[in-house]
Design a protein around this ligand. Structure first.
Ligand code: ADP
Ligand code: MG
Length: 248
């Protein structure tokens, strides 16, 4: 939820990104406050995933600036590990390690990357498993879980790094319809605890319900942004209207 005395936690200023000759981000500016829930929606290929990848320094930008929790992302001396500790990211493909149990998957990065104490990590991992409502599956292997359950483990794994910002890129797009809801419920729980969230989603009803701000992207630009009620009920730009006509 939007805080009263909002402090920006993620700031993008006129971000440009090209792949070869193709400019895929043509000046993206956005500001996400602490505990704010932002949804990015727009047609396929409009640059949504690229925005998230730039925020996480998975894709270097060509111009403009990105600041995440005080870290300048395009500083040549950027400590990528420090950045990625603060920014959790969950994708459509959950990429759990198949030969490790659920609990081991969640504990792996804090143990190996952060070198944290095993007992502490285990306690946190169990608490997170309870949060995503999978305590009974801690000794299961990923292959024994449904897609929705695996995605919830992936979210718990990301949360176990204690991020300050969570980014979700179409995390329900590959799931069976009957398991989409449980993953959306997990995201709702994470958001309700005050986590700053940036989500790319095709779930329009969910975006409307959960977001403080909705951004609409088209061809590498933010065409409009608004609170969800006005965005969905009274879109301003013809491109937004055309998109919403197709998907709603
Ligand atoms: P969205 O997530 O909105 O579907 P993307 O951010 O994935 O869009 O892609 C935006 C554009 O950038 C597309 O035209 C896509 O083909 C292109 N693109 C994305 N990643 C790469 C890459 N690694 N190399 C070349 N082109 C890319
Ligand atoms: Mg994408």
């Amino acid at each position: 939820m939007k805080a009263e005395n909002a402090t920006p936690q993620v700031i993008l200023k006129d971000v440009r990104k090209s792949y070869g000759q193709l400019e895929v981000l043509k000046g993206i500016s956005m500001s996400v406050n602490r505990s704010e829930i932002v949804s990015i929606i727009g047609p396929s290929g409009s640059g949504k995933s690229t925005i998230l990848r730039c925020i996480n320094a998975l894709a270097p930008v060509n111009a403009g600036s990105i600041n995440v929790a005080g870290i300048e992302v395009n500083d040549p001396k950027l400590d990528e590990r420090a950045l990625r500790r603060r920014v959790g990211m969950v994708f459509q493909s959950y990429n759990l390690f198949p030969h490790r149990t659920v609990l081991q998957n969640i504990m792996m990065a804090p143990l190996q990357v952060l070198k944290q104490n095993r007992a502490d990590v285990e306690q946190r991992a169990r608490a997170l498993l309870a949060k995503v409502r999978l305590s009974e599956k801690e000794n299961a292997y990923p292959g024994e879980l449904s897609g929705g359950q695996q995605q919830r483990v992936a979210i718990a794994r990301s949360l176990c790094m204690n991020p300050e910002v969570m980014m979700f890129d179409e995390v329900t797009a590959a799931l069976d319809p009957e398991t989409v809801k449980e993953v959306l419920t997990t995201i709702r729980d994470v958001a309700a605890e005050g986590m700053t969230c940036i989500l790319v989603t095709h779930e329009m009803r969910f975006a409307r319900e959960i977001s403080d701000t909705v951004y609409f992207t088209d061809q590498g630009r933010i065409v409009e942004s608004n609170n969800p009620k006005d965005f969905f009920e009274n879109p301003q730009d013809d491109r937004t209207k055309a998109f919403l006509d197709k998907v709603l």
